[in-house]
Design a binder for this molecule. Structure first.
Ligand code: DX5
Ligand code: ZN
Length: 222
């Protein structure tokens, strides 16, 4: 079975101190760090940072696993720059890629550039034949469990059947959830087939970061 991993989303931390927040969660036992790239366009009103900032962060953390979630228009155009910037894995939205053909080409390019690559699905995107076909070329499928754009939203249990479907089709593939993940909802996601979880508020809002990450990992382990 694919490995259980917890990745705090620094969106819930102090973005003016990205390196400090990253170091804080890594020291507290995070398996990876999740970076949300918003371009102010794909999700109206949500604007964060891009490849240059990923590169600046990489200089501080030579060995961290950086999971870069692209909530942007035409995500494939940033692959080369993100590879140079030192991203470990890049998550591209099926909705933004637009077609199976574009998705497959993007996954192939990412691998050529030495990146791991994930196919992200917004909550309303169902597991169509096209999605399944595209997913084959990706290392991970990310099921968003909130509408993309903001932290602190409530987990959508209606996404759980999608995870079950994906787990049945791809027994060995990594399945990641992002949005509204808590100790309770991580267990629901894991029971449906998820093995990786991103958590923003649940980690940065906790008094004891180490404890929150450990508890999230325990919820995923079943
Ligand atoms: C939402 C982002 C998430 C967000 C999760 O668009 O993709 O990564 O930071 O935050 P929480 O865990 O607070 O829902
Ligand atoms: Zn995200």
């Amino acid at each position: 079975a694919p490995k259980v991993r917890v990745g705090p989303s620094v969106l819930a931390g102090d973005l003016s101190m990205l390196a400090k927040e990253t170091r804080r969660v890594l020291r507290a036992g995070a398996d990876f760090v999740h970076l949300d790239v918003f371009d102010g366009n794909w999700v109206k009103g949500a604007f964060t940072f891009g490849p240059m900032v990923v590169k600046a962060l990489r200089a501080h953390e030579p060995s961290a696993y950086l999971d870069v979630h692209l909530c942007v228009t035409q995500p494939a155009q940033y692959l080369e720059e993100l590879a140079k910037a030192g991203a470990s894995r890049v998550l591209l939205h099926f909705e933004a890629l637009g077609s199976v053909h574009v998705a497959k080409a993007a996954a192939q390019l990412a691998h050529q550039l030495g990146l791991e690559v994930g196919l992200a699905l917004a909550p309303q995107t169902s597991v169509s034949r096209e999605v399944l076909e595209a997913a084959e070329g990706f290392d991970v499928v990310l099921c968003m469990t909130v509408p993309p754009g903001f932290g602190g939203q409530a987990f959508m249990p209606e996404v759980l059947p999608k995870l079950r479907e994906l787990r049945e089709t791809f027994p060995g593939k990594s399945l990641e959830v992002d949005g509204g993940v808590t100790v309770r909802t991580a267990a629901l996601a894991a029971a449906a087939g998820a093995n990786e979880a991103v958590a923003g508020s649940a980690v940065f809002g906790a008094k004891d970061l180490r404890k929150s990450i450990r508890e999230l990992r325990n919820s995923l382990q079943q």
